[in-house]
Design a protein around this ligand. Structure first.
Ligand SMILES: *[C@@H]1O[C@H](CO)[C@@H](O)[C@H](O)[C@H]1NC(C)=O
Ligand SMILES: *[C@@H]1O[C@H](CO)[C@@H](O)[C@H](O)[C@H]1NC(C)=O
Length: 266
């Protein structure tokens, strides 16, 4: 068996000798719908059954020779949408956290060979709150030689998100990360908080971006563009003192940055 991840890394794929492969979401939000596919090439043979398992337990079977063709086996909270499930796929509605796990598709050809292939893939069920990471910077402007310090905290989730930093679109790694539990319940949620320090070595704008992701599938990001710190004489001479010369730092989360420019001008 070989594992590989399709370009977008949205699905896990396993291939066996007879081109049997399974596609399940690598990660899915709790409460959403999971579409699981099982593809195969029967060549000259006839299909006997397709069986779906979560762990060791069968929860769905497709048997073209029987009527109805489909059979659902009650298993924990699995909610099979029979109308959408069949020879090549099974659809699970309202996925719950305990459906996180390994799924198998078992395809059997009819007599005389009863040739059977099994393929498996893992689905993570993620509990997450909507929202973007919160990005905080120590200052809104920097000059060469200064140290930029920033914190970023992900929206609460379980499992906790990974944080990746980008400065001027260059990946800066994960920073120094710690996790903070935020909701105490049967499934606690965690915020990932990451801090970085960056030596400002050149002049010009600095774009700081913080990306929060879960299994590289579910994610969001927040970005702040910092203007270069340069002499602001021109702006002082302008009548209202708050136009172009006063640098506006902005972010997708407008509350994050506190502008201290006016104070500096006094
Ligand atoms: C980042 O978080 C640490 C720990 O909570 C805090 O001491 C520091 O002031 C924060 N820095 C910024 C830039 O918000
Ligand atoms: C976070 O990153 C680590 C290392 O790449 C990875 O093993 C882990 O699965 C990731 N966690 C999530 C929730 O994406």
């Amino acid at each position: 068996m070989w594992w590989w991840i399709i370009g977008t890394s949205v699905v896990g794929v396993v291939t066996c000798l007879k081109d049997v492969f399974i596609e399940v979401p690598i990660a899915i939000k709790e409460g959403s719908t999971a579409v699981m596919r099982c593809e195969y090439d029967l060549e000259q043979e006839t299909l006997y059954t397709v069986k779906w398992y979560k762990g060791r337990q069968e929860f769905f079977r497709y048997v073209p020779k029987e009527l109805p063709h489909t059979r659902v086996f009650p298993l924990a909270t699995i909610n099979v949408d029979v109308s959408e499930s069949g020879a090549n796929q099974v659809v699970l509605r309202q996925v719950t956290a305990d459906l996180d796990g390994k799924y198998r598709c078992e395809v059997s050809a009819d007599a005389p060979t009863f040739h059977t292939e099994i393929v498996a893939a893992w689905m993570h069920v993620v509990r997450t709150t909507d929202g973007k990471p919160e990005l905080q910077l120590e200052k809104s402007q920097y000059t060469i030689g200064e140290k930029l310090r920033a914190n970023c905290s992900s929206p609460p989730s379980n499992p906790p998100a990974n944080i990746t930093w980008f400065i001027n679109d260059k990946e800066m790694g994960n920073g120094k990360v710690y996790r903070i539990p935020t909701v105490r319940s049967s499934t606690p949620l965690y915020k990932s908080v990451s801090s970085i320090e960056y030596d400002v070595l050149s002049s010009g704008k600095i774009k700081v971006r913080c990306q929060s992701d879960i299994y590289r599938v579910i994610g969001s990001e927040t970005q702040v563009m910092l203007d270069e710190d340069k002499p602001r004489l021109a702006s002082i001479l302008q009548p209202h003192g708050h136009s172009s010369g006063l640098k506006e730092a902005y972010s997708f989360q407008s509350m994050v940055l506190t502008l201290i420019v006016l104070a500096v001008l006094r």
